[in-house]
Design a protein around this ligand. Structure first.
Ligand code: PLP
Length: 429
């Protein structure tokens, strides 16, 4: 079948995510037949360099031989089993490995199957921790310009009007503090302090995306803010939830972003890169102190009874173990440093363009923010289409172009991604 025939079949029934379906009248959907390493291929054998890791998940490229092998091995034994009352080896191995890779106080893990659910779990646990001790702290604080997912709780702590405003009437009450990505760090921390002071005793947790607010136009800030925030949370007896769903697994240059701040959050939420883009999986990691607040006789009523059908899916856990194997065996974090330096060097030239406001980078995430375009002009779609013609897949957020390539990109592929984009930004828009 041709791309066009498949698109027509698709549009008869499918409502796509993060899409105005009417846009597909002008902007064709692209049916993808296969993927290999850095490329995806459509049904007419056009190849596209996947510069955003298929929405930030596919960190080792498509159809990775090692991961494929590990999935096949797991399939011979067990695909899935109920995770209440039963367990399996891939989950046990994964838990042990994640605990050894993260700060020592994070000893316990709760499994879920997507990022938003991980956020819901951390918010519910933070609230219930205090409730179990006889205190009600119903408020949550997050940052301006934050994004934590699309389910109701996750949306409530997000600050992206486009996704959130319409639901305002039905969302739980949350407070947004000034973000260090938009304000001076000291102003942001002062604002957080005054919020925690004003609502003292009512806030159960503060949730942040360490170092990069990815969906929030890839706005970035320094690790020093996280250090100061950790101290503030301790001062006010409030939990710190680190949402590393997007930045975990090497995106910021270290395995986890919190390493750069040298702090331990009370909750660490992980997903996206955890399975290298193969399977939906997420985890929430937390301390023994939090775990113990739920540990009692059943009839005391303090249990955490959250569950999802696919919690701790066996294949997903086996894939996550394969992902950790690759990080270890191939020394990915160290090898990425060269790619990070190359991206930095190659993107310097954007800075002298008149229509570029800023070039920013943290590790394997680089963003080029444009300026001077009418806000009604959908410049992101124009850039997307122009790049696609050259076999490069990027998906700008408004007027912010960003690169989040898989770690398997060769130097040549990184250079092609940047050259094609430079040509568009400097001459075509
Ligand atoms: C993607 C994302 C989420 C939500 O994860 P889903 O799996 O899409 O539900 C939450 N927080 C951050 C920082 C994200 O980037």
């Amino acid at each position: 079948m041709t791309n066009n025939e498949l698109m027509k079949e698709d549009l008869k029934h499918i409502f796509h995510p993060c899409s105005q379906m009417k846009d597909y009248e002008k902007l064709p959907l692209i049916p993808i037949k296969k993927g290999k390493s850095s490329y995806i291929y459509d049904f007419e054998d056009n190849e596209y360099l996947d510069c955003i890791s298929s929405w930030w998940v596919n960190i080792f490229g498509h159809s990775n031989d090692y991961i494929n092998k590990k999935i096949n091995e797991q399939l011979q034994d067990l695909e899935h089993v109920i995770f209440a009352g039963f367990t399996h080896k891939p989950a046990i191995d994964l838990a042990k490995r994640l605990v050894s890779l993260t700060p020592e106080p994070l000893q316990k893990i709760f499994f879920a199957d997507n990022g938003s659910s991980a956020i819901e779990i951390s918010l519910k646990m933070a609230f219930q921790y205090f409730k179990n001790k006889g205190i009600s702290k119903p408020l949550f604080v997050s940052l301006e310009n934050s994004y934590h997912g699309e389910t109701m709780g996750a949306l409530a702590v997000s600050d992206n009007g486009l996704y959130k405003d319409i639901y305002e009437d039905i969302l739980i009450k949350t407070i947004q503090a000034k973000s260090p990505s938009l304000h001076d760090e000291d102003i942001a921390i002062d604002d957080m302090r005054s919020i925690l002071k004003k609502y003292e005793g009512q806030v159960s947790s503060v949730v942040i995306e360490p170092l990069i607010q990815c969906a929030g136009s890839m706005k970035m800030y320094n690790a020093s803010y996280i250090k100061k925030l950790r101290a503030l949370c301790d001062e006010f007896g409030v939990f710190l939830i680190a949402d590393e769903i997007a930045v975990g697994f090497g995106r910021t240059g270290t395995l986890f972003a919190i390493e750069q701040a040298d702090i331990t959050p009370d909750f660490l939420c992980l997903s996206k890169g955890i399975t290298g883009g193969y399977m939906p999986l997420s985890v929430v990691m937390f301390t023994d102190d939090i775990y113990n607040a739920f540990y009692c006789d059943y009839d005391e009523g303090k249990s955490f009874l959250d569950s999802h059908s696919y919690t701790g899916n066996t294949i997903a856990c086996a894939v996550a173990n394969a992902v950790l194997d690759i990080f270890e065996k191939e020394n990915i974090i160290e090898k990425n440093q060269e790619k990070i330096a190359l991206i930095e060097k190659q993107t310097q030239r954007f800075k002298s363009l008149e229509n570029v406001f800023e070039v920013r980078q943290r590790g394997m995430v680089c963003a080029i923010e444009l300026k001077g375009y009418d806000s009604n002009r959908r410049i992101n779609l124009e850039i997307f289409q122009a790049a696609l013609k050259e076999g490069v897949y990027i998906r700008p957020l408004g007027n912010v172009i960003y690169f989040m390539p898989p770690y398997c990109f060769t130097n040549e592929q990184l250079i092609k991604m940047i050259d094609v984009t430079y040509d568009i930004v400097s001459t075509k828009i």
